[in-house]
Design a protein around this ligand. Structure first.
Ligand code: CDP
Ligand code: MG
Length: 697
């Protein structure tokens, strides 16, 4: 269609185009979902999903096997239908609950709404969901519960055998999120103690054989519950045949230098040359998605001919419910929806009506280096498996097209076949503390679906030891270790909260903890950077970002939580509302573990000390004579810089601790606060006793 595009040979699926079926099914679901529909039509729509043909087989396998592995294309009905089949077959009778886990919160909310709608019930009653800091379930009513895999892990702390559940469906297992992997290891253990528990592992592209081997490799124990029916231990595998349409792949002829800009021009080209049909663009995160939305919206304003009829919508975690609904609502006749998304739309969510996919070839991924002890969030190339999934999203309703913003040669020769499980590329501090809290002491010997690197484990244990969370025998300390484990946040944040109790600034620190759990409280301002910087200056505190958050929070409360105030100050209203909700929940949790809420008024020194008590491992000092603002981490001597979004950017205090690191052209510290280096020895003597703490004094 344009000189820089060439059609490629790769066809992700070579199924024949089918008449009827999914085409009409999909559009009728979409158009009816906003207006509500009668029972019969819902039933019909459910029956047209590919998974329906397997209903009896699935129920039989679940009945007779401890573990059933179900592989099926995205959109075939696994997530929304299987929990309903189980309920219909009686798995939720007698006070038991069917659980379905997802790696992403947004997916949890979206599928729960969808299933509630199909069942004609309200979310929070028969169908409910739980994500961190938000529980929409009812103890007496809920039969099907969607939850993140992380939340299910937390539930194990109170109920180690998960006795509440009759069936647990671990969905999206191919994503191999860190929590999914821990969960699989633990569920395998639980099965030995609870033979009546059923597991379903479901995913779009799982290596079913390796997963099956994982569940099969176990010591078989005989004579469990004398006389009771014991399901077969070797897993059953079921493959649901999809009904996707042919997707034609196009590659760029030359590598592109700016994938955001190329994605935008590709959307405009499609809009100009191709028949109507929605477009799904895969970028990497809020920053580049907001930038693309802005470019396209501006284009729509200045060049109406090119872009009339486009509805441009971002899709990433942290969107409000109202924003999510827009994405799922049907495209009005004669219009074209453009959804610009992170890889959440790769397999977790099905968007109807997508005919064109634009794939940047990148996603944001975590990478941890145990040597430097830095965990980075970086924009990294996706795998071939992901690229195929992304392309597949174009073939839901009719034959589609996928535009890859990389060359065919790159796809064939350089893209890796599969991604690396998250557990092998993450900082393991949170993971280790969770296992410890569940009484798993031999973490290296734990039965992992994929073993984490031992160096990362050792690093994590070192940090936990310095935080006072584990003792010399690597056991959780009492009370600190147990309290830190109880708070559903990163251990460093939990430790910061515990320290604030002693320092008399818990009110301030839980505000900071709530804000840190949110992506950004600022509105992204491409093109209005100057105004955003000016707005930030109104709140900026010389001590750093954490204290600045306190100023914004105070301002928001004083404005009466006004959205106009937010707009005027470049503050994200939804993010602030979320921060307040999170803070309320957190307040309840920390009070439960004995923390007394107390404000330090304006003594920010104690706030900085409390932050240091949690984040001492992330301490850095400014390189003497550095013109460019280069810092070195105290521990690993790694080069890092203050992120331009920080209020300390260009201020460059001598000593700082950071909350996280992101990498683009350099390693940037996000959320930074200045500290006094003597505090490091005070709060973490073991950690720093051998370090040189005074290079510039
Ligand atoms: O889990 P899987 O990818 O196999 O499919 P699903 O999420 O259960 O989706 C099954 C079907 O439900 C999709 O094809 C959509 O037609 C519909 N659906 C929807 O319209 N809106 C949602 N929020 C979720 C699903
Ligand atoms: Mg699904």
């Amino acid at each position: 269609m344009s000189q820089f595009w060439k059609p490629g040979a790769e066809k992700p699926r070579l199924l024949d185009d089918e008449e009827g079926g999914v085409v009409f099914l999909s559009s009728s679901i979409s158009s009816s979902s906003s207006s509500g529909y009668g029972y019969a039509s819902v039933e019909k729509q459910r029956q047209r999903l590919p998974v329906y043909k397997y209903r009896t087989a699935i129920l039989y396998l679940v009945e007779t096997h401890a573990t059933t592995i179900i592989v099926g294309e995205t959109g075939s009905g696994k997530t929304t239908q299987i929990p309903q089949y189980l309920k219909e077959a009686g798995w939720a009778d007698g006070g038991r609950v069917i659980a379905c886990t997802q790696p992403r919160r947004l997916a949890v909310q979206a599928v729960a709404s969808r299933v509630a709608e199909e069942m004609g019930v309200k979310v929070g009653e028969e169908v409910g969901y739980t994500i961190r800091f938000e529980d929409l379930t009812n103890k007496d009513l809920t039969l099907i519960k969607f939850l993140t895999d992380g939340v299910l892990l937390r539930e194990m702390m109170d109920d180690p055998l998960l006795t509440n559940y009759s069936v647990i469906m671990v969905d999206e297992a191919h994503e191999r999120s860190i929590s999914t992997d821990i969960l699989l290891g633990l569920l395998k253990k639980i099965q030995r103690r609870r033979p009546e528990l059923r597991l379903i592992i479901s995913s779009a592209t799982i290596e079913a054989k390796s997963m099956s081997a994982f569940f099969q490799a176990r010591k078989v124990r005989r004579g469990l519950e004398g006389g009771d029916f014991v399901p077969r231990l070797e897993p059953a595998i079921l493959s649901v045949e999809g009904r996707g349409f042919n997707v034609q792949i196009h590659y760029v002829e030359e590598p592109v230098s700016d994938y955001v800009q190329t994605a935008v021009s590709t959307v405009l080209l499609i809009h100009d040359k191709e028949p109507l049909g929605d477009i799904l663009v895969f970028l990497t995160g809020q920053d580049d998605i907001d930038a693309a939305v802005q470019f396209l919206t501006e284009e729509a304003r200045t060049n109406r001919k090119n872009s009339s009829g486009l509805i441009i919508l971002p899709l990433y975690s942290g969107l409000s419910r109202a924003e999510q609904e827009l994405i799922f609502s049907p495209t009005p006749r004669g219009k074209r929806k453009v959804v610009i998304s992170t890889n959440i739309a790769e397999t977790s969510l099905t968007l109807e009506g997508i005919v064109y996919v634009v794939d940047s070839g990148f996603s944001k991924q975590r990478f941890y280096n145990p040597i430097s002890d830095i965990e980075n969030l970086i924009v990294a190339p996706i795998s071939k498996a992901s690229a195929r999934q992304r392309a597949g999203r174009a073939g839901r309703v009719r034959p589609g097209k996928c535009y890859r913003l990389y060359t065919e040669e790159y796809f064939i020769n350089e893209m890796s076949a599969e991604g690396i499980p998250e557990i092998q590329r993450s900082n393991l501090v949170s993971c280790v503390i969770q296992l410890k809290a569940l009484g798993i002491d031999n973490i290296l010997g734990f039965d992992w679906p994929a073993s984490p690197p031992p160096e990362a484990m050792i690093r994590a244990l070192e940090v936990l030891y310095s935080l006072g969370v584990v003792d010399d025998d690597a056991k959780l300390t009492s009370p600190t270790g147990f309290q830190v484990a109880e708070i559903p946040l990163e251990p460093m944040i939990s430790k910061m909260i515990l320290s604030s109790n002693e320092l008399g600034c818990s009110e301030e620190i839980i505000t900071i903890a709530a804000v840190l759990s949110i992506q950004s409280i600022w509105i992204s301002a491409r093109g209005a950077q100057k105004e955003l910087d000016e707005a930030k200056l109104r709140f900026a505190a010389a001590e750093g970002d954490h204290v600045t958050f306190l100023n914004v929070y105070k301002g928001f409360l004083q404005s009466g939580k006004s959205s106009r105030w937010c707009h005027k100050n470049f503050v994200n209203y939804h993010a602030m509302k979320k921060a307040i909700e999170t803070r309320d929940q957190l307040k309840r949790i920390v009070q439960r573990i004995g923390i007394v809420l107390k404000s330090c008024d304006s003594d920010v020194q104690v706030v900085r000390k409390a932050v240091t008590a949690g984040f001492f491992a992330n301490a850095c000092h400014l390189e003497p004579y550095s013109q460019s603002g280069m810092y070195k981490t105290v521990r690993g001597s790694q080069e890092v810089y203050i992120h331009p979004s920080s209020v300390l950017f260009r201020v460059n205090p001598k000593w700082v601790v950071y909350h996280s690191v992101v990498s683009t052209d350099r390693q940037y510290m996000r959320n930074v606060i200045s500290i006094d280096p003597s505090w490091l020895l005070e709060v973490a003597p073991h950690f720093y006793q051998h370090q040189r703490l005074n290079p510039i004094q």
